[in-house]
Ligand binder design. Structure first.
Ligand code: CP
Length: 336
């Protein structure tokens, strides 16, 4: 049966079949190629999208704005203080109003229930630009990047290891996405920072359907051998208090992606991935502050050495945010 994602929301990976996600990855590749060869066709001409950001963003915001523009659509950015949502107007009423103006709505916020509420009352597709629980647009970019750098391997043959705070949206999304797609997924972090049990259960269920190999372990020596890709994310996520830095550093330093960790893959072609922004040196306010307090001046979740190495494909991954987000918009509201 053909895949048709017209008018669908894009809230979390578990809402989709492997075939639907593979369709979005193929469409992303096609749109990227069309852009590169000067053959892009505007499939969102005359449309408009609203972009809500209750948290800061560089990649996601710019990917939606540039992607919409390249496809012929207009966009309106609404920052944390840019609308009445949540303060003077409910999410439900905001959804009802914006559905009269826009063809699609992106939302980045805190609780996942907020984006679910927005989608429930919206008459147009709602796209999750990141919540505390899920980061599904990032997953398409990560998989497109792994396919491109996978030396011809199919998604079913790709092995990736995520190191660090796996209770975060990235830990959950990487676990579930790999399980749906049939990959070899290894989540490596202290046990109490693994994704919640219901997420693990969903991943195991989807892995049974897809043939994915799913590993959750506290031991890098178990998680790293044979990995094609090693990934991590910041140790303190957006919305968490700064006071957790000390505890996280103590807990997660053994999970830093450094040269020793990359060597443990035993794979000379292993690549490093990061959704960004990354704390890999002291050139940021937070990186500098943490380094002054802890002495960790050679990177936190990733070492300066690995970040600056040829193994780092995080900037290709960042570019792919745009091609994949464009695919989500085109598939759900475009003229295809
Ligand atoms: N990776 C990611 O979501 O980046 P931004 O926070 O810059 O959007």
């Amino acid at each position: 049966m053909a895949v048709n994602l017209k008018a669908r929301d894009f809230l979390k990976e578990l809402d989709f079949t492997k075939k639907e996600l593979a369709f979005l990855l193929d469409l992303s590749r096609d749109l990227k190629r069309a852009r590169y060869t000067g053959n892009e066709v505007k499939q969102m001409a005359g449309k408009n999208v609203a972009l809500f950001f209750e948290k800061a963003s560089t990649r996601t915001r710019c990917a939606f704005q540039v992607g919409a523009n390249q496809q012929g659509a207009g966009s309106t950015y609404l920052g944390p203080d840019g609308s009445h949502i949540g303060h003077k107007e409910s999410i439900a009423d905001t959804a009802r109003v914006l559905s009269r103006f826009y063809d699609g709505i992106e939302f980045r916020g805190f609780e996942h229930s907020a984006v679910e509420e927005l989608a429930k009352y919206s008459d147009v597709p709602v796209w999750n630009g990141l919540t505390n629980e899920w980061h599904p647009t990032q997953m398409l970019a990560d998989f497109l990047t792994m396919i491109e750098h996978g030396r011809g391997k199919s998604v079913e043959d790709i092995t990736y290891t995520y190191m660090g705070d796996a209770h975060s949206n990235m830990g959950r999304s990487l676990l579930v996405m790999g399980a749906i797609m049939g990959s070899d997924v290894r989540i490596c972090s202290p046990k109490h920072l693994w994704p919640p049990e219901d997420v693990q259960d969903s991943a195991h269920e989807r892995a049974e359907e897809s043939g994915a190999r799913v590993m959750l372990t506290e031991d890098p020596d178990e998680a790293l051998p044979g990995a094609d890709f090693v990934m991590t994310d910041v140790w303190v996520s957006m919305g968490e208090p700064d006071s957790v830095w000390n505890e996280r550093i103590k807990l997660l330093t053994p999970y830093q992606v450094n040269s020793a960790a990359m060597a443990k893959t035993g794979n000379p072609h292993a690549k490093f991935m990061h959704c960004l922004p990354a704390f890999h040196d002291t050139d940021t306010e937070v990186g500098k502050d943490v380094a002054e307090k802890t002495g960790m001046d050679q990177g936190l979740e990733v070492s300066t050495e690995v970040f600056n190495s040829k193994a780092n494909i995080a900037f290709d991954e960042a570019e792919n945010r745009m091609h994949t987000i464009k695919a989500i918009m085109v598939a759900t509201i475009g003229d295809i």
